[in-house]
Design a protein around this ligand. Structure first.
Ligand code: CA
Ligand code: CA
Length: 254
């Protein structure tokens, strides 16, 4: 009987420790930042066809991760959840602990956020967090992208460029001058970020095909045009072999 009880205690002790650990790295290393809701500008009449029409939206308050999800945090999640690792988890460069996780499908990203009672950002949440209320083009404002603001690529699409110090991913949170007004890092550049939901046209929300997911924000391979906060990359949600696509999570306030 004593032995039986001891087993129960050990089980709960382990459960408790692993739960604490589950909270600790994701919570400790990647705080959620409060984003105030309200009316904001969504879409861009001067962009690609799929960014139009520009409109005014009203959004609820929410929280968003300060940083892109790092390899270290994703590896912890894999060990806790038993879900698969990123495609590049053991890559000599892309797999570095402090760098953003890359090589994850849309569902890998969605499952991660759900595991922590969070979710992927909607396109509206991404734009509100990145553009502020007034429709800025980039996370830092409207100033043209430059090497001190963002990890980006060459002027011509789509090659790496190390004028900003990085030929590929940079550790998350390196570009302090490029942060948003609320202090969110790398919402423009470094790695593309998976959005919640399907890729729909803004023009007609009825009867649209559910074929693609959406990536936002541009990456270390992209130029100023694709770094614009309204640029929408329609992408195969199952594809997990890109070295320049990752994600972060949001929490809705109920
Ligand atoms: Ca770069
Ligand atoms: Ca990013």
């Amino acid at each position: 009987m004593i032995f039986y009880k001891l087993n129960i205690y050990i089980f709960f002790l382990f459960f408790f420790i692993s739960e604490c650990f589950a909270e600790s790295l994701f919570k400790k290393n990647n705080p959620f930042i409060f984003i105030e809701g309200g009316k904001f500008i969504f879409g861009n009449n001067n962009g690609e066809e799929n960014e139009k029409p520009q409109s005014e939206k009203n959004i609820e308050n929410f929280y968003i991760n300060k940083y892109e999800i790092s390899n270290l945090i994703f590896k912890e999640y894999v060990s806790l959840s038993g879900n698969r690792n990123s495609y590049f988890f053991d890559h000599f460069y892309l797999g570095k602990d402090t760098h953003p996780v890359v090589g994850v499908s849309w569902k890998d990203a969605k499952d991660f956020c759900n595991f922590y009672n969070a979710d992927l950002p909607t396109e509206q949440q991404y734009e509100r967090a990145t553009r502020g209320f007034n429709g800025n083009l980039y996370s830092w404002g409207n100033q043209k992208p430059s090497p001190n603001l963002v990890n980006m690529g060459s002027k011509e699409c789509c090659n790496p460029d190390n004028k900003d110090g990085y030929d590929a991913t940079s550790p998350v949170g390196q570009f302090n001058l490029g942060k948003t007004q609320e202090g969110v890092m790398d919402l423009t550049g470094n790695v593309w970020e998976w959005m919640d939901g399907w890729y729909y046209s803004y023009k007609n929300n009825n009867d649209q095909e559910e074929l693609f997911r959406v990536l936002r924000g541009g990456s270390w391979k992209n130029n100023a045009w694709k770094l614009r906060s309204t640029y929408r990359m329609a992408y195969n949600g199952d594809f997990r072999y890109a070295g320049n696509g990752g994600f972060r999570c949001i929490k809705n306030i109920k």
